[in-house]
Design a protein around this ligand. Structure first.
Ligand code: HEM
Length: 535
């Protein structure tokens, strides 16, 4: 018979193993208790708004979900569970997200001053030249000075009026481009996304440094590669600014650059500067040669960069690049995104498209293009604009705000140094405000006095308050003029073989929520070609 008894050595080894195991179990149990205590104390602070549970180190970063889903959508789903004011610990950053009109009013109006700053994130460091641009600068004297220059030199009502001729010229070039492309492509299928984006980048190039970047009538002297690089930079910038970069939330992991964000930001630097730096240097030389500063253009304007260079402003090249990038990026992608979403929805709703074109026929007729002055007489077009901005706000989470001091929101305590997001997307789709909120229905605005200037907190595409979009009075006429002319000049239909109901509305991830896939559409002239082509 086999002897199963253990020897003395084996007994010792066995009992030492048992002791090790017990010690391990004890440690694990204590760790769990400690973790629960820490999390309990974090998560049980009833003075803070509700939100997903926070874990040590990562906080509730996990709740942002996959990177392929736009954060505005994810936050909208979470707001259904936690309510219109939610609190997250994203890594080490306390973060609040407001998702209805009442909370947005509290944040942007009652606590406008408290939330007037911006958090310091990697994108602001690199794109914003150490947070010196208007978009990324924290509140304080520098921000106030830059925003004043910005609104005074570029976006005052008088300046916006002076730029009307440029808007018309660029809208016309867009129409000619669409016409030519429809002639060259099979079945008249045109990549609308690409043409509208280029048109708006051209427009911003003209107001910032008097140069058109793309197309036959490009006037920039930079090599085409530099122009393409800049375009790539603009598109990449809006994507990267919208990402939740782990290094911003868990500073200890920043050096690992887990998502490759910092690496991408550094790689983009030459694309960002290759075009702008030589232009600024050219302006500096001109400014030295011209006593009394820059000459006005025939239309009474001064280029934006010229004004910044010659203003005795003492602004460095970096400061000027930062502000130029604000305008080039902020002004081009958002406006073209609004246009592409309008056309997407009109292709999906042929009855609305027809109503818009009938209105254009009766107000404008078919023997001329739409002019800016016509837009005030196109009520249905204005309804389409509001409805598009409600359903598809180009900047759906605005740009994160940052609080200087403790305050209360919806009765909850919000600690100082909290990052705040206004979920403009959720507000536009709030069933408590809007009937059938996910349905595209421009007539809901027919007799409505609601406007998009930041006074009505249920429709906030340009946000509101101190950090509200300074470009609104420029963006709206541009958007309306481009859209009205595209609808007026062309018959629109989905590409052959695609049913209008199947036109997709998938959204891209980024600070600007554009279409994920380029908008392709079949276009044929609706008014005589010579009217479209005439200067
Ligand atoms: C349809 C077009 C546009 C939309 C929907 C839009 C929307 C927005 C939104 C939501 C913000 C964030 C406000 C906040 O953080 O509370 C913003 C900021 C900004 N926008 Fe626009 N924008 C558009 C066009 C423009 C244009 C054309 C320009 C310049 C010419 C511009 C320049 C800026 C700047 C500089 C900021 C930062 C303001 C600050 O931090 O104080 N935007 N925009």
């Amino acid at each position: 018979m086999e002897d199963n008894r253990m020897g003395d050595g084996q007994v010792e080894e066995y009992s030492s193993r048992v002791m090790h195991l017990s010690a391990l179990t004890l440690c694990a149990a204590m760790a769990v208790i400690l973790l629960r205590r820490v999390m309990g104390s974090w998560n049980a602070d009833k003075t803070l708004p509700p939100g997903p549970k926070g874990w040590p180190i990562v906080g509730s970063l996990y709740s942002l979900g996959p990177r392929t889903i736009p954060a505005c959508r994810r936050f909208t789903t979470l707001a259904d569970k936690y309510g219109p004011v939610m609190f997250f610990r994203l890594g080490s950053r306390p973060t609040v997200i407001v998702s209805n009109d009442k909370m947005a009013r509290e944040l942007l109006r009652v606590h406008d001053q408290t939330f007037a700053s911006r958090p310091k994130l990697a994108t602001g460091k690199h794109f914003g030249y150490n947070y010196s641009s208007v978009v990324f600068s924290p509140s304080g004297a520098h921000f106030v000075r830059m925003k004043k220059i910005y609104t005074h030199e570029l976006l005052s009502p008088k300046k916006v009026e002076l730029l009307s001729a440029l808007r018309m010229e660029e809208a016309h070039i867009l129409l000619v481009d669409v016409l030519r492309n429809s002639g060259t492509e099979a079945n008249g299928v045109v990549n609308i996304t690409s043409l509208v984006f280029k048109a708006n980048l051209n427009l911003m190039g003209r107001i910032v440094f008097s140069k058109r970047l793309f197309g036959e009538s490009a006037t920039i002297s930079a090599p085409p590669r530099e122009v393409e690089n800049f375009k790539f930079f603009v598109k990449s910038a809006t994507k990267l600014v919208g990402l939740f970069n782990i290094g911003d939330y868990i500073p200890a992991l920043r050096w690992l650059d887990l998502q490759g964000v910092e690496g991408a930001l550094l790689q983009l630097k030459p694309h960002q500067e290759g075009l702008l730096r030589p232009i600024i240097q050219e302006y500096r030389k001109m400014s030295l040669n011209l006593e009394g500063g820059m000459k006005q253009k025939e239309d009474g304007r001064v280029d934006f960069i010229a004004a910044l260079v010659s203003n005795d402003s003492g602004l460095s090249d970096e400061n000027i690049m930062a502000v130029a990038i604000d305008v080039m990026v902020g002004g081009s992608d958002s406006t073209s995104t609004a246009v592409e979403w309008s056309i997407t929805e009109l292709l999906r709703h042929p009855d609305c498209l027809q109503a818009a074109q009938e209105e254009l026929d009766s107000v404008v007729g078919r023997d001329r293009l739409v002019e800016e002055a016509d837009c005030a007489n196109l009520p249905f077009l204005n309804c389409i604009v509001k409805e598009t901005l409600r359903l598809h706000p180009p900047s759906p989470l605005a740009i994160p705000h940052f609080s200087a001091e403790e305050c209360t929101l919806g009765g909850y305590r919000i600690p100082a140094n909290t990052t705040a997001y206004v979920n403009i997307y959720a507000i536009g789709r709030d069933a408590a405000t809007w009937e059938n909120p996910n349905r595209f229905n421009p007539t809901r605005f027919k007799d409505s006095k609601v406007n998009v200037y930041g006074h009505d907190f249920n429709l906030l595409p340009f946000s509101s308050g101190r950090r509200g979009c300074p470009g609104v009075h420029f963006a709206l006429p541009t958007y309306k003029l481009e859209l009205a002319n595209l609808l007026h000049c062309f018959k629109w239909s989905p590409p052959p073989g695609v049913d209008f109901k199947d036109i997709d509305t998938k959204e891209a991830v980024g600070v600007v929520c554009s279409r994920l896939n380029p908008l392709m559409a079949s276009v044929t002239p609706r008014i005589p070609r010579h009217v479209i082509l005439a200067k």
